[in-house]
Design a protein around this ligand. Structure first.
Ligand code: FAD
Length: 481
């Protein structure tokens, strides 16, 4: 029985360490596996902890309240007053989110892993999880290689998948009607991120603000996504990066007769910031420069299968508009451990026995993301000129904030129409926005009817979601230039 556990958590990133910490706290025998060395908790790839690291204080408080973890200033990193999104012409600024942090990621994740271990989870580092073990349509364990490349198998009543966006557990589930095994390439953002110490020529709050996480919407610089400059603790340290959509890059290159790649666009973006005089790569923790991906679709329609649960990026949880995935990883990681422990105590680890996790995650976070996916698709259909015009004329800051949280503003269409009646292109973009907001409303309403169990008309419900999303994708094609 040496290799038998109640719960196996695969991946000791944000979501995984929290899942293990919570399940162990609830008295479960927990195994936590990660391919990283113990000294590199949560490192995503050989390129480091590739992330903007910005998180809202509310999400950190959620973890604190549920698990009693107190974070130090060193772990939380740089406090910020909020996120500001700037239009391509830098003339409109929309503020979002309120108080938050740009985390010192290795330290923050070190705290989460230490909590999991302190609560009693058994951690095996340098273990590469390769496959789920599936018997009678139930996930009953995982197999992989230890640090000496020895093949090993571990078994458990529940496997929690926290392997991040490239998970090879979700991708290897049996074909099933609940969880997509693949993510559409157009729903992925390819990202690059550097951490620099910078010398600036002058102060300019459009490009660096020690108190604000700045986002630059600009379809030429970051096609299908955005660029960001986030302040880090310490003098003049920044986390700078871009997120892009592959097809938007291709369309932009074709129209502009260019051959840019994610890597060249990343360097162009750094050069575009006019106040940067010099940069020095911050090589601490070998975390200065990296590239990785984020899924920006709604989370998987079900987060559970027989003997299987997922949290964080493995379930495509990042916010479809902002790509912020730390918040949902913190929330889902914390509650998935509770639900797993409860199901084991009740003796039902079937999809039906695990379904309560779907219901709680939807209430706390998930039920707005399908609507936000539609709005993201709409935004990817706008060029810089339309974004400039739209941020000035279509939406107030309050309405934009509502959209960013998945709520649907009552657009005062008639008043706004007068303003936009200045050209057909603008008029079409405005009418499309009204269409997108109405579709968001519809999807929010569909998610209010999320099935109470897997046999509560799930197939019909899922079809309704898919139809709305497909309609939006057919209407809004990427059109960055
Ligand atoms: C460039 C970039 C910028 C971002 N910026 C922000 C931001 O500013 N704010 C925000 O909220 N979100 C941001 N995100 C998203 C955020 O980083 C993720 O949502 C978050 O890290 C998800 O945490 P996770 O625990 O689910 O997965 P991960 O952080 O990916 O952790 C997965 C863990 O699984 C382990 N693992 C993977 N495969 C295996 C395997 N086969 N065997 C064993 N272990 C394995 C990894 O080593 C890692 O420890 C950004 C993402 C990117 C790429």
């Amino acid at each position: 029985m040496e290799n038998h556990y109640d719960i196996i958590v695969a991946g000791a990133g944000m979501a995984g360490s929290l899942a293990a910490a919570m399940a162990a706290k609830k008295g479960m025998k927990v195994l936590l596996l990660d391919k990283n060395k113990e000294s590199e908790p949560g490192k995503k790839t050989n390129w480091g902890w590739v992330c903007g690291d910005a998180v809202a204080d509310g999400h950190v408080q959620f973890v604190k309240n549920k698990l009693g973890i107190e974070f130090t200033e060193e772990e939380l990193g740089c406090p910020v007053d909020g996120v500001v999104a700037l239009s391509p012409d830098l003339k409109s600024r929309f503020m979002f989110d309120g108080k938050g942090y740009v985390l010192e990621r290795p330290k923050f994740e070190g705290k989460l892993l230490a909590t999991a271990k302190k609560n009693g989870a058994h951690f095996i580092p340098e273990f590469d999880v390769e496959n789920p073990i599936i018997e009678n349509n139930f996930v009953v364990g995982v197999s992989g290689k230890d640090k000496n490349m020895k093949h090993m198998e571990f078994r458990a009543k529940i496997v929690i998948d926290c392997l991040g966006v490239a998970t090879n557990l979700r991708r290897k589930l049996p074909e099933n009607p609940y969880i997509d095994r693949m993510v559409d390439i157009d729903d992925m953002e390819s990202t690059g991120r550097y951490i620099y110490e910078v010398e600036l020529t002058k102060e300019d709050l459009n490009f660096y603000d020690p108190k604000i996480a700045l986002i630059h919407l600009n379809q030429e610089l970051a096609p299908g996504g955005y660029g960001w400059v986030f302040p880090k603790s310490g003098t003049r340290r920044i986390n700078i990066g871009i997120g892009t959509q592959k097809s938007s890059i291709e369309i932009r290159n074709k129209k502009m007769n260019k051959k840019d790649t994610l890597h060249s666009l990343m360097d162009e973006y750094v050069k575009w910031i006019p106040i940067i005089k010099s940069t020095k790569l911050d090589t601490r923790d070998n975390n200065g420069k990296g590239y990785w991906s984020v899924a920006v679709r709604r989370q998987m329609e079900s987060l559970v299968y027989n003997g299987y649960m997922g949290a964080g990026d493995s379930m495509a949880m990042p916010n479809p508009i902002s790509a912020g995935g730390i918040g949902p990883a913190l929330i889902s990681g914390t509650i998935v451990g509770e639900h797993a422990a409860e199901a084991i105590k009740k003796g039902d680890v079937s999809i039906k026995g695990l379904w309560g996790y779907n219901l709680e995650f939807n209430e706390l976070y998930g039920k707005k993301t399908a609507g936000m996916e539609v709005f993201r698709t709409y935004m990817q259909s706008l060029n810089n000129e339309l974004i400039n015009f739209g941020m000035k004329n279509f939406l107030t800051m309050k309405e934009a904030q509502q959209v960013a949280y998945g709520m649907t503003p009552e657009l005062s269409a008639i008043g706004k129409l007068k303003m936009v009646a200045k050209g057909t292109q603008n008029m079409t973009a405005f009418m499309n926005m009204v269409w997108a907001v109405n579709k968001m409303k519809k999807l929010n309403e569909i998610y209010e009817r999320y099935p109470k169990s897997p046999d509560d008309h799930f197939a019909e419900w899922r079809k309704e979601v898919a139809e709305s999303i497909e309609e939006a994708k057919a209407k809004f094609q990427p059109n960055p230039i």
